[in-house]
Design a protein around this ligand. Sequence first.
Ligand code: CDP
Length: 235
Amino acid sequence: MKKIVIAVDGYSSCGKSTMAKELAKQIGYIYIDSGAMYRAVTLYCLQHHLFSGNTLDLDALRKVLNDIKITFVKNPETGRSETFLNGKNVEKEIRTMTVSNKVSIVAAAGFVREEMVRQQQAMGSEKGIVMDGRDIGTVVFPHAELKIFVTASPEIRAQRRLEELIAKGENVNFEEVLHNLTTRDRIDSTRKDGPLKQAGDAVVLDNSEMTIQEQNRKLKELYENRVNEGLARSL
Ligand code: CDP
């Protein structure tokens, strides 16, 4: 069967990764969490003291960008892909609020985006990939055969993320999480390079009222329809 590229974009914490990961597993595609790459660069910036409050030393980051190596390695026990930064597993660390509070600042830097987009395009060169993020259907894979734009109300997204963080042992409250999501959405949507926006040919999926199973089913259905349409066209 001919493989396609599937781009899943949308707002912070709207369940993109959950559904993208599940679809990739079901159809035997590679799954890439592009947000994890921006999160890993942010962790590097924090570890190397490139932030002073919310000000990022862009010149210093530009100089060291080539030293930042991000890879994804499958954990044989869970079967899940985990993020490595310069050979170290940082999967847990990159999901903390400390990183979430700074990541949109790093992701707004044009030269960072240029490098991440280059690496993401290389990962998808053979197709058979599901990638989630903010600019996947607009910048990374503008010719993706299937583009999904996921939305849900900010309060529902914040509640879901809060439960996730608490389950991981983080000491956070609803207001803090909601503030983080809305701030990131604002920075991500208004930046000059690769802003978060719906591609003209994307299918909108509002999952505010959907369970995880329902959203997974919906995405699978969209994939099957698209593949069948493609097959019909090439007959
Ligand atoms: O999990 P959540 O949806 O909250 O965020 P994420 O997908 O891990 O992305 C974290 C941040 O990385 C976003 O808020 C964006 O600032 C940035 N990002 C981006 O700029 N472009 C992407 N393709 C993916 C993420």
